[in-house]
Each structure stands twice: as structure tokens, then as C-alpha cells.
Design a protein. Structure first.
Lengths: 615, 197
């Protein structure tokens, strides 16, 4: 139980949908979602393939806890070979789609091949069919979601779709469900677009059960109490959302600014949680309308926001004078600090467009930041940008580009290459602030040393969600470590990476780990699932999953040399703040990390390690 | 040959409108005639506190169906996305319950202990007349069982209220469902200022 024990295999080339049983032997080793789908992917595709070829597969996967009443248990992930990175991609999303898929009776949907024409999958419990999507091709995620619900007369359908960006091959296109939640990173939406798959619409009514209901209800109730009583998950996140971090990280000297030229942003407070709560002059209302929860979440960190109606972006466009998904910290950083823009309305509007057209706001904002540096250095001019003055701090440049990129048009298509290809194209690869082709999120590796190692070794390219040592280095969870010190961070990064792999694979949200340790999580998994899911076995599964992802990347052609950071972070010291004078200590951390992982000096898992983790 | 169930269905569809008109015309009874026990409690819903997490739907479906299945929940959270509003909605246990009066086979009865209107699965024939009669839509047909489902207040200890992480759903004194709102407004009333002036 907990697992639905069933997979839907959709062959887009042939237009067929077929059920097959879930491999329960693998489920006992890889748990679900991220881990289990990675196992399927590694068994079914050659890691060397072009991610945009029909040979790539795309798996939508739930975890065993998805759809249960465990707090935050509504997650699903999209696992594929990433279009942005060429590495293993696993993008996790909340909202309500994951729960619906599980309730339709499926742990996973595996999409393979490529449809000869645009289609969407309509899944209603055990009925699955591919439907012509010609009416929605060329439409946004928002129009598609509303259109499919209307067409089938079913407002209870849950829809995950790509926007025009995903159709046009923007490298960091994401998959948006429930209007403003997204499987955001690594270009999973680009892969979906390459398959001519516009959307997946699901309605599930079958229910989810667990193995030991009595033990499960007890473990879940205890877990919810821990979340409610914790200062971060019980107070900070509900009240301020992840944006609670904006001023904190800026004061720590770790807010990458203007393409990492600086590590502090003078406009941080203008785009912070505090600014979102401030009543505006024009209407007396704050940017923030309310907080919102994903399925089953007792934290409720989501933001619902409006753009001020007098703002230039929406004043003549009533369709954007609505409440919709507001700024989260990573998006506010990428759209704001990374570009030097501190206009909260412009950022909120850009965030709306990212949701509407299916763009990862982190990669988009960071790539705009890189383009602005190229522009300010005179490498690109208004000739390339069709007249757009691409200066740091220009809100107009940001909001113009988000609409162009969302449709894959004009210079927006160039932004859609992602910073690595863009900077390479213009002869300055060193200006791409990325690892394995994926742009950094909102923490400067000079001011938070552990994050530098976490970025360099993240299996899906630079990412904060693979090992969030910020929790320890800034917030003191589970214990405070000095963010400016690189010693001891190798073990910390490994522990965070392995634990997070378990959380993702279970079907719950990584934000629970601000309050939950594996002692809180494993009893919930253990009660829900058959088998022994003790703390030790959970952590062993986490390490196994990490090594499996690593193996995929090595087989895809990555090497230890790709566990690297841009020279800017290694050579150019932070100019201001607590990290002034600091560069990343990756050179010393990386060998320690390899040793802690039981990998060779070249970053390859040794045979002993592979045996130990049962790979 | 018609089964009993089909015959009942045929009769009730014809009668449904008549039932509806008849109940609508009923005058409210005096409280002493209800036979309710004193100190009943009611579900109190404050949409402003709701985050839309659906823990109420999980708890409701688990208690009633033994599995987590929001599609079988007796309480439903509505998301008015473009307004940023979430509203939980369920049966408010009308004193003169349209559903109860409309039922042609008396499958819906009053639980005098809790005030809940309870559907008997043994007696319900799935005619759905109650779903037509209910002005609020809070009694619904469940096609997997062929019966209707509605909130029964979980024998006086509603799971939805216990599961709600933000107190958007509470179970309070039936005579004082407005108490918290009154208290909030009372707190804003500052007579000392005018007294000092």
C-alpha cells in the first residue's frame, strides 16, 4: 500500500497508453518519485542520448506518501534527461496535480517517443487517452489549463502543461500545474515540448491507503505538531513565505547581485517579504493578498499577490489585474537582485509571466543578469537586443524580456538558450553563473561556503534543493555552522543531499526539513509502506539514490571536472559584507567530499561504495 | 421487470418538485419542538483563515471511507484563484433540512445528540431527490456506492475541524458561532479614548 503499484506507460509515437505493475523490488530500494523514477529512467534510456530526441523519456512520478494526509504530501516530480543540462533532471512540484495522479491509481506515468502532432493526455481513473491538442498549441499554461477544464466540463480536472516557451525550445521551460506551481528546473518542460505533449489532465477518485493506518495516523499527527511548533515552519514561512530570507541572506553578504558581480543588493529590502506586506500608495493594499498551501500542507508558504493596477505592466491589461502566484525567494532574487531590479511590481509581473508561459524564473532571471553584463561590457549591443537597453536595474528590460522569452521571440529566444549557451555564443563562457549548464539560485557560494560545494556536486546542476546547507549555515538547523568556513562542509553537504533524496522520493516537501529530522520522517514512511523504513534504511536509500543519479551523469559523459564553479566565485572575492575578501573554498572541500562519499579522486563511486549502497 | 429500486426512483423524480415546494413553505418550528439536546455545537468556517490545503478533505474522506480520497469528502475547499480566496464549504445542518424532508424513503434522520442530519445507507435508494432539494449543494451522490453522502458531524467530533491547521474550521457552541468574530470586533472597540476626551 501507499504505492498505487501501477504505472501508466504512454507511447507518444504510437499513441498508446498501457498499464503495467510497479516494480516493487525497486520500490523497496528507491522508495518512489525521484529515486524510483530515476531507477526506471536509467534502466530504459541511454544516458548519452540527446535530451530532446524521441529516445528520451519523461516520467511524472508520485511518492508513496503522495495523496496521504502526511503534511505536504501532495508532491510529484518530473524525471528525465534535462534539456538545459544534459544531466539527470528531477523537478519537483506542489499544488494539487500529484495528489490527483495518485488518486487516479498511478505511481508514475512514463512518456516515451514523440507524438506526430500536439496532444494532451486525459487520465480519468483507469481511463487514459491521448487527445488532439491543436486548440492549445501556441497557448499559455493558463489558457490551456482553463480550456481543457472547460472542454471536458470538469472543473475538478488537474492540469499540468507547458507554455509557448516549452513548445519553442526555451532551454529552461518548466511544467506548470494548478496555474502557479511548477516542476521548474533543468528544462523538463522543454523535453515535454519536444515530445509534442502539451498537457496532462488528471482526475482521480480512487483513494490512497497506507499499510499500517493506526501507526501512520500517530506518526503524521506527531509530525504536524513538530511543524506547527517550529519557528520557521510554524511562523516564519506561513507569515512571510520563503521571502523571509531576502533581508537575512543580504545581511549575511550572500545575496548574489548583478550576475554575481556583488554579494549584496542595495535594493533587497524593496523586494523583500516586508515590502510585500507594506500597504501601497495607490490602493492602500499590500502586494501580498494571502498565503496559500499546496495539497496537504500544514505550513502554507505559498504567496498570492497582485501587481499594483497603476503599474506600467498591467494598467492597460486587465487580464493581469488579478491575484496569482506571488514571489518566492528564489524568483524574487533571480528577477530582482540578479538583474539589479528592485521594482516589486515589475518582479511580481515577471513572475506571473513565468507561471503563465512556463519559464523557470531562476534560470530566466539569472540569464537576463548574464545578458545585462554582456551588454554593459559592450559585447552585445542594441543591435542584438532589437533596441532594448539591457542595463542592470532596468525593470523595463526585465518585463519586456520575460514576455519575449515566454513566447520564444526576438532576443527573448536568445535568453531562452540559458546563460551557458548565451555566454558561449558571445565568447564569454566565464560570465555564465552556472554549474553543469544550470544557473545558480539565490545564495552566493562565497558567503555560504557549503552551498558552493552543494552547487558544484548537485546532480542536476546548480541547485539549492539538493543539499540546503543554508539551513545549518545561516538558520542554525539542525545546528549552526559558520557560513564563511569551508572546513567540515563536505560531511554536511553529503548528509543534506542524502536526506533530501529521501524526502523527495517519499512525496513530501523539502521545506518540512526546517523542522523535521529523519527521526520525524522515517516513522511516517515506515507506517505507510511495506518493508523496513527505519532511519538507517531511509538514509541508505538516500545515499543509493544519490549514487544512482551520479552514475547516470558519469555515463552521460560528465566527469569530476564538471563539479566546478565559475572562476568569478573562485577568484573574485566578495566586495562587501561579512564575506568581504572571501572566495569559494571549493578546492579544499571537493576532495573531502569525494572521500566522504567513497568516490575516487576523480569523483567516481568506487566498487566498494557501489557494493555498500547496493547498486 | 422493474426492481424495487427503479420503481422508487420513478416515483420520487415526479414527486421531487412537490416536496421542494412543500418544504419551502414550512414555517420554522420553535426550538423547544426540535427535541435537540442542549449545548449543541456547530461547524464554524472562517474562509479568511483557510490556506486551501485540503487537510479537512483528507480527514473527512479517511474517517468516512477508510482511505484518503478528497473526491469522497463531505467538505470541499473552493479555490477562487484570481481573487486569492479559499473557502471550505459543507453542510450546515439546517434545522428544517430540505434534504430530510425531501427524502421519499425517510433515509435521512436527525441525530438529536449532535443535530446532524444523517443518511442511512441501508435505507437510501440513491434517488438523489435530496441533492435537488438542498439549496446549498452539500449533499451529493456517490456513484461507487449508489448512495448519497453528506456531513454527519462525525458523531459530534468532526475530523475536519481537528485536522485544520489554521483554525479556519472550528467546532463551537451552536448558539455562539459568531463569538470569535464578535470578540475580534469587540477588541477593536476602544471606549477609553472617547472617555478620556
Amino acid at each position: 500500500m501507499a504505492w498505487a503499484r501501477k504505472i501508466l506507460r504512454v507511447n507518444l509515437t504510437n499513441g498508446t497508453c498501457a498499464d503495467e505493475p510497479l516494480n516493487m523490488e525497486w520500490a523497496q530500494k528507491y522508495l518512489g518519485q525521484r529515486g524510483l523514477a530515476t531507477k526506471y529512467l536509467t534502466e530504459e534510456i541511454d544516458p548519452k542520448i540527446d535530451p530532446l530526441s524521441p529516445d528520451n523519456k519523461m516520467i511524472m512520478a508520485t511518492g508513496p506518501l503522495t495523496g496521504t494526509c502526511a503534511s505536504t504530501a501532495g508532491r510529484y516530480s518530473v524525471i528525465t534527461k534535462g534539456a538545459l543540462t544534459g544531466a539527470i533532471a528531477c523537478s519537483n512540484s506542489g499544488g494539487f496535480f500529484g495528489n490527483e495522479m495518485k488518486n487516479a491509481g498511478y505511481d508514475m506515468i512514463i512518456f516515451e517517443g514523440k507524438s506526430p502532432k500536439p496532444v494532451y493526455l486525459l487520465l480519468q481513473d483507469d481511463s487514459a487517452e491521448l487527445v488532439d491538442a491543436v486548440d492549445y498549441w501556441g497557448q499559455s499554461c493558463w489558457t490551456t489549463e482553463e480550456g481543457i477544464k472547460e472542454k471536458h466540463g470538469d472543473p475538478l480536472l488537474r492540469v499540468a502543461s507547458i507554455g509557448v516557451s516549452g513548445e519553442k525550445g526555451v532551454k529552461f521551460a518548466c511544467i506548470v500545474n494548478d496555474m502557479d506551481r511548477a516542476a521548474g528546473r533543468s528544462g523538463v518542460g522543454t523535453v515535454m515540448g519536444s515530445k509534442n505533449l502539451k498537457a496532462v489532465a488528471v482526475r482521480g477518485t480512487l483513494g490512497v491507503s497506507v499499510d499500517d493506518a493506526s501507526a501512520f495516523m500517530g506518526a503524521v499527527a506527531a509530525g504536524k505538531d513538530v511543524l506547527a511548533e517550529n519557528a520557521v515552519t510554524g511562523q516564519g514561512l506561513p507569515a512571510f513565505g520563503t521571502q523571509v530570507l531576502m533581508n537575512v541572506i543580504n545581511e549575511s553578504g550572500a545575496l548574489p547581485t548583478r550576475n554575481h558581480r556583488d554579494a549584496q543588493f542595495e535594493g533587497a529590502n524593496n523586494i523583500s517579504a516586508e515590502a510585500m506586506a507594506e500597504p501601497r500608495e495607490s490602493d492602500g493594499k499590500p502586494n501580498l493578498v494571502t498565503n496559500a498551501a499546496c495539497f496537504g500542507c500544514t505550513i502554507g508558504c505559498g504567496r498570492v499577490s497582485t501587481v499594483e493596477r497603476t503599474h506600467y505592466t498591467v494598467k492597460d491589461r486587465p487580464e493581469y489585474q488579478i491575484a496569482s502566484g506571488g514571489l518566492e525567494y528564489e524568483a524574487a532574487w533571480a528577477l530582482g537582485a540578479a538583474t539589479g531590479v528592485d521594482d516589486l511590481n515589475a518582479l511580481t509581473f515577471a513572475n506571473f509571466i513565468c507561471n503563465e508561459q512556463g519559464l523557470d524564473p531562476i534560470s530566466f532571471g539569472a540569464t537576463v543578469g548574464a545578458a545585462m553584463e554582456l551588454f554593459e561590457d559592450g559585447v552585445i549591443t542594441t543591435k542584438e537586443t532589437d533596441g532594448l537597453e539591457l542595463k542592470f536595474g532596468s525593470a523595463e528590460a526585465l518585463t519586456t524580456l520575460v514576455e519575449l522569452c515566454g513566447k520564444g521571440e526576438g532576443f527573448g529566444a536568445e535568453i531562452g538558450l540559458g546563460s551557458k549557451l548565451l555566454c558561449e555564443k558571445y565568447g564569454h563562457p566565464e560570465l555564465s553563473m552556472s554549474v553543469k549548464g544550470q544557473e545558480f539560485p539565490a545564495y552566493d557560494a562565497r558567503g555560504i561556503q557549503g552551498m558552493g560545494l552543494a552547487y558544484a556536486t548537485s546532480n542536476r546542476g546548480a541547485c539549492h534543493l539538493r543539499g540546503y546547507t543554508v539551513a545549518s549555515e545561516i538558520l542554525g538547523i539542525p545546528e549552526k555552522t559558520d557560513p564563511l568556513v569551508s572546513e567540515g562542509k563536505a560531511g554536511l553537504v553529503k548528509a543534506f543531499q542524502d536526506a533530501t533524496a529521501v524526502v523527495d522520493s517519499a512525496g513530501i516537501c523539502v521545506f518540512t526539513t526546517f523542522a523535521w529530522s529523519m527521526d520525524d520522517i522515517s516513522p511516517q514512511i515506515d507506517a505507510a509502506c511495506e518493508g523496513d523504513w527505519s532511519v538507517e534504511n531511509c538514509m541508505a536509500a538516500g545515499e543509493r539514490i544519490w549514487n544512482l543519479e551520479r552514475k547516470f551523469n558519469l555515463d552521460a559523459g560528465f566527469t569530476g571536472k564538471d563539479d566546478n564553479l565559475p572562476q568569478r566565485l573562485m577568484k573574485d572575492a566578495a566586495k562587501t559584507g561579512p564575506a568581504e575578501g572571501k572566495t569559494s573554498g571549493l578546492d579544499t572541500m571537493l576532495p573531502e567530499y569525494y572521500a566522504a562519499r567513497g568516490w575516487t579522486a576523480e569523483g567516481i563511486p568506487s566498487n566498494e561504495t557501489l557494493d555498500r549502497v547496493a547498486l | 421487470m422493474n426492481t424495487h429500486r427503479e420503481e422508487v426512483r420513478g416515483r420520487t423524480v415526479v414527486c421531487s418538485c412537490l416536496f421542494y415546494l412543500e418544504i419551502s413553505a414550512l414555517a420554522p418550528r420553535k426550538p423547544t419542538e426540535t427535541g435537540y439536546r442542549n449545548m449543541q455545537k456547530s461547524l464554524s468556517i472562517d474562509p479568511a483563515k483557510c490556506t486551501g490545503c485540503q487537510q479537512c478533505e483528507l480527514a473527512c474522506s479517511y474517517d468516512n471511507e477508510g482511505v484518503f480520497n478528497p473526491s469522497k469528502s463531505r467538505i470541499k475547499v473552493f479555490n477562487f484563484h484570481d481573487q486569492g480566496r479559499f473557502v471550505p464549504y459543507t453542510c450546515t445542518q439546517c434545522d428544517e433540512a430540505w434534504c430530510l424532508h425531501a427524502c421519499p424513503v425517510d433515509a435521512i434522520s436527525l441525530d438529536t445528540a449532535t443535530g446532524a442530519k444523517i443518511v442511512s445507507d441501508q435505507m437510501c435508494v440513491g434517488c438523489k431527490v435530496c441533492t435537488i432539494a438542498c439549496p446549498f449543494g452539500t449533499i451529493n451522490y456517490n456513484q461507487s456506492t449508489g448512495k448519497v453522502i453528506k456531513c454527519d458531524l462525525c458523531e459530534g467530533d468532526p475530523e475536519c475541524a481537528k485536522a485544520c491547521p489554521t483554525d479556519a474550521i472550528t467546532f463551537v457552541d451552536a448558539n455562539w458561532t459568531g463569538l470569535e468574530k464578535m470578540r475580534a470586533w469587540a477588541a477593536k472597540t476602544d471606549s477609553s479614548v472617547s472617555a478620556e476626551a
